[in-house]
Design a binder for this molecule. Structure first.
Ligand SMILES: CC(C)(COP(=O)(O)OP(=O)(O)OC[C@H]1O[C@@H](n2cnc3c(N)ncnc32)[C@H](O)[C@@H]1OP(=O)(O)O)[C@@H](O)C(=O)NCCC(=O)NCCS
Length: 186
């Protein structure tokens, strides 16, 4: 290993990032992160579509930035749980992506933790996520079925998860999650 390569590697390993709310000038970089992380454009297209919705919350579209490069992104979008009367509001965590070169260094975890904190501070009560069963439970997500919450499509029980941000958030809330139509295209 050359000295220059070793220095470069050390710099990358120790390089830190900040998590902040996105701005409009980040849109292309967010597209790039999703495309490279997922290896396709579906998730980037979903983010673009969700950003156009009136309910889009820019404060809950977070980026991780390192040396002026966007290396990660996470989005929380308002949704509803139907079945209870009236429908109960919640947030969908989706999608989340970290640039391949930046994965497994804690960027994803800091996006999830900062996202959950912000959701709680803004007064939201519930988060729903469909995702990796070995990843999201470490942040406190549990199978949504344990609260009586179901997905609107067939999905493995343990991959469809929920988190309560307030005590008894799911107490009066049994039903099916209703996503904006943009989610059906992914
Ligand atoms: C999932 C993802 C966002 C995690 O980001 P990250 O910055 O690598 O995550 P962190 O560094 O905070 O955490 C790393 C942990 O995530 C786990 N992890 C990463 N990808 C995973 C996957 N596909 N399935 C399960 N666990 C995964 C690692 O095993 C590691 O676990 P460890 O801490 O026990 O070693 C990132 O790997 C990614 O962008 N993947 C491609 C897109 C994707 O799958 N998005 C999530 C859709 S639900």
């Amino acid at each position: 290993m050359s000295f220059t390569y070793a220095i470069g590697l050390l710099r990358r390993i120790t390089m830190q990032w900040i998590v902040r709310a996105q701005s409009e000038s980040d849109h292309d970089a967010i597209d790039r992160v999703n495309r490279l992380a997922f290896g396709q454009d579906n998730e980037g297209r979903l983010v673009r579509a969700l950003r156009c919705l009136p309910e889009f919350l820019p404060d809950l579209s977070l980026v991780a930035e390192a040396e002026r490069t966007i290396v990660g992104h996470i989005l929380f979008t308002p949704i509803h749980i139907r079945g209870s009367t009236p429908p109960v509001p919640a947030l969908a965590l989706a999608p989340m992506a970290v640039l391949p070169d930046w994965q497994r260094r804690g960027v994803g975890s800091s996006l999830v933790r900062e996202g959950i904190d912000r959701c709680r501070r803004l007064g939201h009560a519930r988060i729903i996520v469909l995702g990796h069963t070995e990843y999201y439970p470490r942040f406190g997500f549990v199978p949504a079925s344990s609260f009586g919450i179901r997905a609107p499509f067939p999905v493995p029980d343990d991959a469809f998860m929920a988190m309560a941000l307030q005590p008894d958030a799911f107490a009066q809330c049994i039903g099916v999650v209703e996503y904006p139509p943009a989610f059906s295209d992914v």
